[in-house]
Design a protein around this ligand. Sequence first.
Ligand SMILES: [Zn+2]
Length: 276
Amino acid sequence: MQKIKLSIYNYIFILFISITLLNNGCEEGTSISDINLFSTSDDVQLGAQVVEEMHKDTKNYPIYNNQEATQYVQSIVDEILQSQLVKYRNVFNYKVTLINTETINAFALPGGYIHVYKGLLKYLDNEASLSAVLAHEIAHAERRHATKRMTKAYGANFLLGLLLGGNPSQIEEIAANMLSGLGFLYNSREDEYEADEYGFKYLQSTRWYHGAGIFFFEKIKDQSKNSTFAELFSTHPLDQKRIDALNKLITDAKVPPATESNIFTQKYMEFKKKLN
Ligand SMILES: [Zn+2]
């Protein structure tokens, strides 16, 4: 009986702390989904641990040891990071890893660790499309979508852990859970809209056609029944609303039109020839 009472008190206290957190977190323009109980260094630590485990799993994540290709993708990431809107360029570890499978997808782990499948590199038609995908992934890391989703899922457990005097840092356990279910990869539709918007803004300080995300959407939108794209659609849900929203951003920003001098098709075709 006493135990039940204790639990109820605990939950009341958790509710109290939660409300306090919500009030503190809700500055103007901040929504509940923006609250993050993790610090930016937790993001880096979590990401690094997942990378370590992931790279041991050579069956699902065989590293593509092509230095030239890795450096090429890294150079695009580095250029996007020069945008003044990228806040954590000196905090996160924006390191590119290529994965040697035909999967058409890319993902960013918390703390900036960007992974791109060889299948995606082969699938794209120009450098601008790749820059748009990478800017979108950088946005997922910068907006800290994974740890915000985990805050929602783990928030009460964290607080309970603190209350009961347990280990407040459950990072290792969470990293293990993240990897087993790869839950951190499954972005919500809201995360997608935000990553599209921020990715688009990051591209505006680069030499690539700022609207290149549309090329990618147009290319993949009819592939929802194609199993090669299953992971892409489950981790980055696509709907007409996303396409419309990005088109609106492009129209409103009056971006200069796409030409060979800002999409780099030729250069990209040369790059693709070197992939094996
Ligand atoms: Zn996404």
